[in-house]
Design a protein around this ligand. Structure first.
Ligand SMILES: Cc1cc2nc3c(=O)[nH]c(=O)nc-3n(C[C@H](O)[C@H](O)[C@H](O)COP(=O)(O)OP(=O)(O)OC[C@H]3O[C@@H](n4cnc5c(N)ncnc54)[C@H](O)[C@@H]3O)c2cc1C
Length: 463
């Protein structure tokens, strides 16, 4: 570690990546400061989620910012496959990633994550894989430890207690920039103050995408765009998918669509869960989660079309934002439509939605027509994939299935990072979703551990 007066390391962001980085640094004796622009868990209140009010588009959004980051209100599905949830293998290599996953999984369990792992039995998986094959889809093996939203919160509380014992944590403390002098990171800027440190870990999550891009530009760190995922959130009666979700909890299915040869995947499946809002950059999109105990009668999952561009356009994030804004413009927020209405070429109305046996779990979505909001290519991809899914699970393309839109997954631009997740600016590191390394809790946590170990050096001790 660089010898600078002040802190040995500053971690920006207290999501999964920042928490695991700070834990690793602090436990090794490094003087560590965590800066988090949101609040502690008890101070994170969402007017819509925790009360009867509509979304007030708070800044920062309490669903995304604060201790636990975007993971605090998540379903807490720990995906234990190295093929799922990010790109860390491209930096550290597959064997190292497997060992990091085992390490962070053990930490989650020590802090209260349940013992049960879904989808780890090959004998149970095989018939489902065959069924997916018959539907023209590929089912990817993905063992999942499901915490559920309420257990996830308890785990985060315990992690807070532990990290607070080895590192200083400041809430309501947005970091404005990184101080680079003499060609290396020397600390951070918060308002007019500079806080010196030997190393800085940028872990601002997807909600910090714009901020990290500005920091990278100022520090001269190259970035490259990651693709954006555009699609819908599907919700259907839980019984339709029960024989799959009872075994796997979450089915990771990939499909290549006949018309455009696009790759469409199922993502973030929440058996007996609920659909929720997500706010990015002032756009309302959708997401989903499930409690461990309070179960609904509906299962939701995303259908996402991977969307990359070639020259001259290289801003997939702006594209995704435009799609989300269009849906917001038409619906005043999130649109909801019965799949049957979509394929019959008509909008859904409040009356048609009221005829569903299971009402939408996102109560304030506006019945409308997704055909006005999603580009033709994405809409066609979604429709074709739902028909393929109907072969895998009969009934999925039926009249009880609804679609919410738009669901857009913004993956931050990827920073130029070496194997140790250090940028070309010595002392400046990146971890988690916000620097384009991960897109899930496990790989975000693993990247935080790896960046911290890289700062600590081979001896693993604070110097
Ligand atoms: C509703 C929902 C459900 C999800 N469900 C799952 C799931 O079941 N399983 C799964 O694996 N993944 C899930 N995810 C994704 C998962 O939450 C993320 O992959 C993970 O949280 C990424 O961790 P991170 O630390 O990189 O970023 P984040 O968790 O986003 O944390 C970043 C933190 O940095 C802070 N920050 C940003 N900029 C600054 C700044 N300038 N100064 C100070 N602080 C700053 C933010 O306030 C935030 O708290 C879900 C996400 C959502 C939104």
């Amino acid at each position: 570690m660089g010898a600078v007066s002040g802190y040995d390391a500053i971690v920006v962001g207290a999501g999964a990546a920042g928490i695991f980085a700070a834990r690793e640094l602090g436990r090794a004796g490094a003087r560590t400061l965590v800066l988090e622009r949101g609040g502690a868990l008890d101070d994170r209140r969402c007017p819509r989620r925790d009360g009867p009010d509509p979304c007030r588009r708070c800044v920062p959004c309490n669903l995304l910012a604060g201790w636990g980051g975007a993971g605090a209100y998540s379903d807490g599905k720990l995906s234990l496959s190295p093929q799922v949830g990010g790109f860390l293998a491209e930096f550290v290599g597959p064997p190292e990633l497997e060992s990091l996953i085992a390490y962070v999984d053990a930490v989650y369990r020590e802090h209260g994550a349940p013992d049960r792992v879904h989808g780890a039995d090959p004998a149970a998986l095989e018939p489902l894989r065959e069924r997916a094959g018959a539907a023209g889809m590929v089912l990817v093996e993905n063992p999942v430890r499901h915490m559920g939203t309420e257990v996830c919160r308890q785990v985060l509380e315990r992690l807070h207690h532990e990290v607070a014992g080895v590192a200083e944590i400041r809430f309501g403390a947005p970091c404005d920039g990184v101080v680079v002098r003499g060609g290396r990171a020397q600390g951070v800027r918060c308002g007019y103050a500079e806080i010196p440190a030997g190393a800085v870990v940028l872990a601002p999550g997807r909600s910090g995408t714009g901020w990290v891009a500005a920091v990278a530009a100022e520090a001269g760190v190259p970035t490259r765009p990651n693709p954006v995922d555009v699609g819908v959130r599907v919700e259907c009666p839980a019984r339709l998918l029960a024989d799959v979700t009872d075994v796997l909890y979450e089915a990771k299915l990939y499909y290549t669509t006949p018309t455009f040869s696009d790759e469409v995947r199922t993502f973030c499946m929440n058996p007996r869960g609920e659909v929720v809002h997500e706010v990015y950059d002032g756009c309302l999109t959708v997401n989903g989660h499930a409690y461990a105990e309070a179960r609904s009668d509906a299962t939701n999952f995303a259908l996402l079309v991977k969307t990359a561009f070639t020259e001259p356009f290289d801003d997939p994030t702006a594209y995704g934002r435009s799609v989300a804004r269009l849906a917001n413009l038409l619906g005043g927020g999130v649109l909801v439509q019965r799949f049957a209405d979509l394929t019959e070429g008509r909008r859904s109305t409040a009356e048609r939605i009221a005829k569903l046996a299971i009402p939408p779990t996102l109560h304030d979505a506006t019945p409308g027509d997704l055909a006005f909001a999603l580009p033709h290519r994405h809409l066609q991809d979604v429709i074709e994939t739902l028909y393929a899914l109907d072969v895998f699970c009969p009934g999925l393309a039926g009249d009880q299935t609804i679609l919410y839109g738009a669901e857009v997954k913004f993956y931050s631009n990827r920073l130029a990072l070496d194997r140790g997740l250090q940028t070309p600016v010595p002392g400046l590191y990146g971890a988690g979703d916000g620097v384009g390394v991960s897109r899930g809790l496990v790989q975000a946590s693993a990247s935080g551990v790896w960046a911290a170990r890289s700062i600590l050096g081979p001896g693993g001790a604070a110097g």
